[in-house]
Design a binder for this molecule. Structure first.
Ligand code: COA
Ligand code: AMP
Length: 624
């Protein structure tokens, strides 16, 4: 079938299409209902199916003769260590950790937080939780204790699985200390804490509630996978919204398994036995879907890389990995490619390695600017595909479906609609836009399998933030346009979310943190263009009068406050102290105008501005 036929069926005869896809995974009980509509625009896929993700990712392949094939390869240039796990070995570790969790008293329906660097135990912990129906929530290691505490309060975990430390540059980041700080701040007390010891740092553990991961495993029995309802929450993944309270994206089990399995074939064109590498982090959705669950569902070898695109040790790191492990599909973020290009613009490092096994490169996390895409394509002479998705969708919504019909790539576009996603562009009033006209990017309900069914314990917030603005449509939060051939161009967020080095952050949250400083009267944070990171935050703060007179290095204090509260990844480096912020007569801060001024792009001062002289003041003050 062609892409056109598949796509049409996927949105007009949804249940037939997704029933067929459901047959590609193994169920304890095949679902008799494919799609169920619940009141208030809530949908469930495969509601009465019974399934287990850990079984599908491990046991299933062993039963089908892949036990001795490599399932996971860990390569850690920051420690110099490497480790390979066959499907048999990975299953043994996963089942044993599951056994250890059972012995701690955990069971189906409990939740667990996983706060780990890029080590195999992070993957093992996810799969062990999935084996028992313990809903996991992985927290990205770059988040500060406050962020971890927020997630603890919301997810209410019975256990936290962590590690002694992670490595950033030359520094060891002490995870145990961060967990301890988060536990002090959190209102939820976590009963059990398990730590993976790492070389050269002693772990001091409280025997009443803290355990050494490997010691725990040495005493445990393997546990079998549990048959779970398809709708069972496999994980919660928190992502930035417009406020300081992150949104707990819920992922079901059956729909997600079907969607990922489908994507491995239809989008990435990758088969069992192939090597698939997503150079992301298990703390992000890409890590969940395409380091852990997608490749293992498909019977691939997946790679876990504890390193950076540059500096570990050089700009040839990615190409070394691709050569060494004969990677067939590679997935990274445009910012990583820009970092490599900056250090190796003529491709000398690339030419040291044999990357002929590579079939294609996929990019996501932020818009790929055409110069970066073209540079990479010219360098590797393989298809380079920008594709678009978000934590909420769980898998790509726009792509080039390499396994169905490898259509032409248009630089600047994130591709065409993936089967199951009925994508349109709308204006503010909900009127569909013609080709090439920019507007809100929306997806007609129901969303296909794999996407969020709701937010953790908060159906109301789910409806309010995603479904309320355009009746019958899911609001993606992105703006863009579609050309006459159906290629979509995602141009950026329409809300307070920014993308810094492929990391999704909330300017609203940064404003909340800055505003809590006793010296700050009011503030605005906007995302400005950054040549390497895509975007970076810049803050404008108005200080309280009394402080204004005795000003010290307040900018450094505020920068540190963001690092301590959100994490270094927020990358706030610029804080301007200003007298006033430009506002409308109704008091709304003109963030769009501020951003345009800082980006040196043309802007018109809105007629609703309260006092236009503020703009001149700003120009003078921040030297634009
Ligand atoms: N734990 C703790 N701190 C972390 C961290 C982690 N997991 N990840 C990043 N940080 C820290 C860094 O050490 C740095 O701290 P510093 O200000 O004290 O130096 C800060 O956060 C900013 O980090 P980063 O944005 O990663 O900058 P960098 O200069 O170290 O690296 C890139 C720049 C482009 C190489 C890097 O951002 C990168 O690889 N980006 C790709 C991200 C990606 O693949 N995302 C995929 C999403 S799909
Ligand atoms: P996250 O939820 O962290 O995956 O971030 C999702 C957001 O990243 C999207 O809503 C977009 O704003 C942005 N994004 C991801 N991929 C792309 C892409 N290929 N092109 C443009 N923006 C992207």
């Amino acid at each position: 079938m062609s892409y056109h036929d598949d796509y049409l069926q996927s949105i007009t005869l949804r249940e037939i299409f997704w029933k067929k896809q459901a047959e590609s995974i193994s169920w304890y009980r095949f679902p008799s209902t494919i799609l169920t509509e619940h009141p208030n625009q809530l949908y469930q896929w495969y509601e009465d199916g019974m399934v287990n993700m850990s079984y599908l990712c491990l046991d299933y392949h062993i039963e089908h003769g892949r036990g001795n094939q490599e399932a996971l390869i860990w390569d850690s240039p920051v420690t110099g260590l490497k480790k390979r796990y066959t499907y048999n070995e990975l299953k043994k570790e996963v089942a044993t950790l599951a056994g250890a969790l059972l012995e701690l008293g955990l069971n189906t329906g409990d939740t667990a937080i996983i706060y780990m660097p890029m080590i195999p135990e992070a993957v093992i912990a996810m799969l062990a939780c999935a084996r028992l129906g313990i809903t996991h929530s992985v927290v990205f290691g770059g988040f500060a204790p406050h962020e971890l505490a927020l997630r603890m309060n919301d997810a209410e975990p019975s256990v936290i699985l962590s590690a002694a430390y992670g490595i950033e540059g030359k520094n060891k980041i002490n995870y145990k200390t961060m967990v301890d700080r988060a536990l002090t701040e959190s209102s939820h007390s976590v009963k059990h804490r398990v730590y993976v010891a790492r070389p050269e740092m002693d772990l001091t553990l409280d025997p009443s509630c803290e355990y050494d991961y490997h010691e725990l495993l040495s005493k445990a029995q393997e546990a079998a996978p549990v048959a779970l309802p398809s709708t069972h929450p496999l994980y919660i993944l928190y992502t930035s919204g417009t406020t300081g309270t992150p949104k707990g994206i819920v992922r079901d089990t059956g729909g997600y398994a079907v969607a990922l399995k489908y994507s491995m074939q239809a989008i990435y064109n990758i088969q069992a036995g192939d090597v698939y590498w997503a150079a992301s982090d298990v703390g992000w959705v890409v890590g969940h879907s395409y380091i852990v669950y997608g490749p293992l569902l498909q019977g691939c070898t997946s790679i876990l890389y504890e390193g950076k695109p540059v500096g570990t040790p050089d700009a040839g790191a990615f190409w070394r990995m691709i050569e060494t492990y004969q990677v067939r599909t590679f997935f990274t973020a445009p910012t990583a490619i820009r970092a490599i290009r900056k250090e190796d613009s003529d491709g000398s490092f690339f030419r040291k390695y044999d990357c002929s096994h590579l079939q294609s490169i996929f990019l996501a996390g932020e818009r790929c600017d055409p110069p970066t895409l073209t540079w990479l394509h010219d360098l590797v002479s393989k298809p380079v595909i920008d594709h678009w998705w978000q934590t909420e969708s769980g898998w790509p919504m726009l792509a080039i479906p390499m396994g169905i019909e490898p259509k032409v790539v248009k630089p600047g576009s994130a591709g065409i609609a993936v089967c199951g996603f009925d994508i349109s562009i709308m204006d503010e009033e909900g009127v569909m836009q013609q080709a090439d006209k920019e507007g809100y990017v929306v997806v007609r309900l129901p969303l296909p399998p794999g996407c969020l069914p709701t937010l953790w314990k908060d159906d109301d917030r789910f409806r309010k933030e995603y479904l309320q603005q355009f009746q019958g449509y899911y609001l993606t939060g992105d703006g863009g346009y579609m050309d006459a051939e159906g290629y979509c161009f995602i141009m950026g967020r329409m809300d307070d979310v920014i993308n810094v080095s492929g990391h999704r952050l909330s300017t609203g949250e940064m404003e909340e943190v800055l505003a809590s400083h006793p010296a700050v009267a009011e503030c605005a944070v906007v995302g400005v263009h950054d040549a390497l990171r895509g975007q970076r935050p810049v803050a404008l703060v108005v200080l309280k009068d009394v402080i204004n007179n005795q000003q010290g290095p307040i900018d450094l204090e505020l920068i540190q406050k963001i690092r301590d509260t959100i994490g270094a990844i927020a990358y706030l480096k610029t804080v301007y102290t200003v007298k006033r912020l430009p506002k409308t007569r109704s008091g709304k801060i003109l963030r769009k105008t501020i951003r345009a001024m800082l980006d040196h792009i043309p802007y018109t001062i809105p007629s609703t501005i309260e006092d236009a002289t503020v703009i001149d003041e700003l120009k003078e003050h921040i030297l634009i």
